[in-house]
Design a protein around this ligand. Structure first.
Ligand code: PEP
Length: 251
């Protein structure tokens, strides 16, 4: 994996047939991408995505996983299962999982553990709610999310972790963080990681910004010194827009 990574989070969109069609549309547009490209698709689309991306450099991500290898967890999917089918990445701790499905810093930590043990690369999402930003506690909230999620993760394992800073107020709202706001929190995350590990680990870490990134604002956001890529929701569902963002990323 390179340092700069653009990942699409398709959320609960696209059937398997639609996923194949969208990936087939994206493929030629990103064939010469200088950064790593990932599509994060619903569980039911994973096989179609793996088939459609075969022979390309596009990675495939799931949008969640359970920490246990197997057991009585109706409706859940184990990291091991994803790994066996050939999935390379998993998005964990997305704010929609935290807000609507009860994920906590502690459960995200367990999911990260399970995913790393299974050999997956994790895209760990962190970010503050609007009220928290207004209270001036963005730094504390994000630092805590990072510290808890990385509890027990070794420096070697950290090489398989991407952190996505996604202010919740910017997700799916059309309200993007300014480039300065994005960079400020990404820099803070890097500083937290430096404190937990060391300077080299912090420097090597890929930190993405996510939150209403689109074809128009991507270049400015991605030009920031501590922004190493993007996690893209809505705009990832339109091949030309996603491709524009991929090509806007610095290398
Ligand atoms: C996301 O779902 O991670 C996201 C950033 O969504 P959007 O780009 O639509 O705000």
């Amino acid at each position: 994996m390179g340092k700069y990574v653009i990942a699409g989070n398709w959320k609960m969109n696209k059937t398997p047939a639609e996923a194949t069609a969208l990936i087939n549309e994206i493929k030629p547009l990103v064939a010469d991408a200088k950064v790593d490209v990932i599509v994060g698709v619903p569980f039911i689309d994973l096989q179609a995505a793996l088939d459609a991306t075969k022979g390309t450099k596009i990675g495939v991500a799931a949008q969640n996983c359970h920490w246990e290898k197997s057991g009585a967890f109706t409706g859940e999917i184990a990291a091991e299962m994803l790994k066996e089918m050939g999935v390379g990445y998993v998005i964990l701790g997305h704010s929609e999982r935290r807000t609507y499905f009860g994920d906590t810093n502690e459960s995200v930590q367990k999911r990260v553990r399970g995913a790393l043990d299974a050999g997956l690369t994790v895209i760990l999402c962190v970010g503050e709610y609007l009220e928290q930003r207004e209270q001036g506690i963005t730094g504390e909230i994000v630092a805590t999310q990072v510290k808890v999620a990385l509890g027990g993760v070794s420096a070697e394992e950290l090489k398989r972790v991407i952190i996505a800073y996604e202010p919740v107020w910017a997700i799916g709202t059309g309200k993007t963080a300014t480039a300065e706001q994005a960079n400020e929190v990404c820099a803070l995350i890097r500083d937290v990681v430096k404190g937990l590990y060391n300077e080299a680990a912090a420097k090597e870490l890929t930190i993405q910004y996510g939150g209403s990134m689109n074809a128009k604002n991507a270049e400015e956001l991605l030009a920031q010194s501590d922004v190493d890529g993007g996690l893209i929701g809505g705009a990832a569902l339109k091949a030309p827009d996603f491709s524009t963002i991929v090509h806007a990323a610095k290398v």
